[in-house]
Ligand binder design. Structure first.
Ligand SMILES: CC(C)(COP(=O)(O)OP(=O)(O)OC[C@H]1O[C@@H](n2cnc3c(N)ncnc32)[C@H](O)[C@@H]1OP(=O)(O)O)[C@@H](O)C(=O)NCCC(=O)NCCS
Length: 192
C-alpha cells in the first residue's frame, strides 16, 4: 500500500470532505473537542480558523503548525496540527499535538510521516518549542504507537484525567513527550 500524501492548507472547498471524515465515530471516541455530530457549518468554521492562522503565519514568515493531509488526488484525508500551549512561568515552550485520519487510510504510516514534518517545524528556531507533548486516551493504542514510532517517550498514565461530556466514567490519559534536545541528538545520530 502506498503512503503517498501531501500536506497543505485547508480550502473552503474542502468542507464537504472534512465533514464526511468526521462522521467516523472512532475519531470522536478518541478525541475531546471535535463537535459531534459534525456538520458542514462546523467544517466551515474550522477551515476559516485555519485560513486565518495560515495568513498570520505567512506574514510572520513562520512554517505552518496546522495542515490538512491530501491523497494523491488532492482529496482531504486527515488533519494534523501543533497547538502552542499558553506560556506558564518556569515552564518551557510546549507544543501539543493533534491528528486524525480518514478510516480507509489507516495503517499506512501516514500520520507518523506527517508528524515528523511537524516535529521539525515546531523545534525549528521559528517556533522554538522545547517540549512536544502527545496525550491520548489510554485505550488508544494506535495513537500511542504513532508517538513511539516518532521517538516520543511514554511518560505514564494519568488516572481519571479526562471528564468527557456524555461519558459517565472519567477517562485515563497516556502521556508522551519528545524534548528538542533528544530530537536533535537523534537527528545527528541518524546522519552519522
Ligand atoms: C491514530 C491514527 C492517527 C494513526 O494513524 P496512521 O497513519 O494509521 O498510523 P500508522 O499507520 O503508523 O499505524 C499506527 C498503529 O495503528 C494500528 N493500526 C494499523 N492499522 C490499523 C487500522 N486499520 N485501524 C486501526 N489501527 C490500525 C497499528 O497498531 C499501528 O502500529 P504498527 O505500525 O506498529 O502496527 C489513526 O488511527 C486515527 O486517525 N485514529 C482516530 C483518531 C485518533 O485516534 N486521533 C488521535 C487522538 S490522540
Amino acid at each position: 500500500m502506498t503512503s503517498e500524501f501531501t500536506l497543505s492548507e485547508f480550502l473552503p472547498s474542502d468542507a464537504a470532505d472534512l465533514t464526511a471524515i468526521l462522521q467516523d465515530q472512532t475519531i470522536h471516541q478518541n478525541t475531546l473537542s471535535i463537535p459531534n455530530p459534525y456538520t458542514e457549518a462546523d467544517a466551515n468554521r474550522f477551515i476559516n480558523y485555519c485560513i486565518n492562522n495560515h495568513k498570520k503565519w505567512k506574514e510572520d514568515g513562520k512554517p505552518p503548525l496546522q495542515n490538512c493531509i491530501r491523497n494523491s488526488d488532492g482529496k482531504v484525508i486527515g488533519s494534523i496540527g501543533v497547538d502552542i500551549a499558553e506560556p506558564v512561568r518556569f515552564r518551557p515552550t510546549r507544543g501539543i499535538i493533534g491528528y486524525y485520519l480518514h478510516k480507509d487510510y489507516k495503517g499506512r504510516g501516514i500520520i507518523p510521516k506527517a508528524l515528523e514534518v511537524f516535529i521539525a517545524r515546531a523545534f525549528s528556531p521559528d517556533w522554538n518549542v522545547e517540549r512536544l507533548e502527545g496525550d491520548t486516551f489510554s485505550f488508544n493504542a494506535s495513537s500511542g504507537r504513532v508517538f513511539e514510532k516518532c521517538g516520543f517517550q511514554y511518560e505514564g498514565c494519568m488516572r481519571g484525567y479526562y471528564k468527557k461530556p456524555g461519558v459517565e466514567d472519567l477517562i485515563d490519559g497516556n502521556s508522551y513527550a519528545l524534548l528538542r534536545k533528544d530530537w536533535e541528538k537523534k537527528i545527528k545520530e541518524d546522519i552519522i
